[in-house]
Design a protein around this ligand. Structure first.
Ligand code: ADP
Ligand code: MG
Ligand code: MG
Length: 267
């Protein structure tokens, strides 16, 4: 049972598109995170049901667990495992900027890769997250990553490599073929993951990198490149202050991490 006195300003962990996430206590002992949504929005109901259906059956150490859910009046509640270190973006350009060492960064990259590989390869249909970004990667007390926020996730129909659908996601992280033509496949997540890798390594926001051009120009310009190549090209640009040895090392990490998302699943 949830104690309702937990939902005060002082317990807010984060705010999203349609509601807030609170730190709360379950059965007076276990600390959990509760995502509270207001049902007036048609889209909220859809996102909520989507999130519940998709993640209630998923158990993987790099995917945020849904512990339960309830509906009370005009509010919907998702009970999620609590992630003490919050979202990854705070460690890249937010209040905790610069505090992750290189080992932690590699671990985070590989953890996300494992989580994505599971979503894409473990079930008879592929699950596409559609909103992979630093703000949706949460960290445990020992800085292990878990992919969160399945509100936009979709199944790919069995035996289909892609579907054509209306764009949803976050600009700056979106694969060009999806932003421009609505082509949705698991590559959309891989592309966003590539952007996240760049952010983790450079400590810079994806949008900052492209701030001198409009996003659509940027996407068009890069549409012809393979994702791997894109990551390599931009990476060189961003790491001029690293020495040759460090650069080569990190290039390998990127290569392996992107390969991991296509390889057999590891738990
Ligand atoms: P939205 O769908 O509205 O984007 P999210 O599920 O991404 O909501 O959560 C919004 C923010 O709340 C996250 O970026 C994070 O900072 C915080 N948050 C969400 N879930 C948790 C959790 N389980 N533990 C700690 N903080 C969380
Ligand atoms: Mg989110
Ligand atoms: Mg969401």
């Amino acid at each position: 049972q949830l104690a309702t006195n937990n939902f005060g300003e002082e317990n807010i962990l984060g705010k999203g598109g349609f509601g807030e996430v609170f730190k709360a206590t379950l059965d007076d002992k276990n600390i959990v995170a509760v995502k509270k949504l207001h049902v007036q929005h048609g889209r909220v109901k859809e996102e909520f049901e989507n999130e519940v259906k998709l993640i209630s059956d998923i158990h993987h150490r790099n995917l945020l667990r849904l512990l339960g859910w309830s509906r009370e009046g005009s509010h919907l509640f998702l009970v999620l495992e609590y992630m003490p270190n919050g979202s990854l973006d705070q460690f890249l350009w937010g209040s905790k900027r610069g505090t992750l060492d290189w080992n932690q960064r590699y671990e985070i990259i590989f953890g996300i890769a494992r989580g994505l590989a599971y979503l894409h390869n473990e079930f008879h249909v592929k699950i596409i997250h559609r909103d992979i970004k630093s703000n949706n990667i949460l960290l445990t007390d020992d800085f292990k990553p878990k992919i969160a926020d399945f509100g936009l996730a979709r199944f790919l129909p069995e035996d289909e490599t892609h579907v054509i659908t209306k764009f949803a996601g976050t600009l700056g992280y979106t694969a060009p073929e999806y932003a421009l033509q609505g082509v949705l496949s698991d590559k959309v997540d891989t592309y966003s993951f590539g952007v996240v890798i760049l952010e983790i390594i450079s400590g810079r926001r994806s949008t900052e990198v492209t701030s001198d051009k409009s996003t659509s120009d940027y996407l068009l310009e890069h549409a012809w490149k393979s994702y791997e190549k894109k990551v390599h090209m931009e990476f060189i640009d961003m790491t001029l202050d690293l020495n040759q040895h460090q650069q080569e090392h990190v290039m390998k990490i990127i290569e392996i991490a992107l390969l991991c998302t296509q390889s057999p699943v590891t738990k």
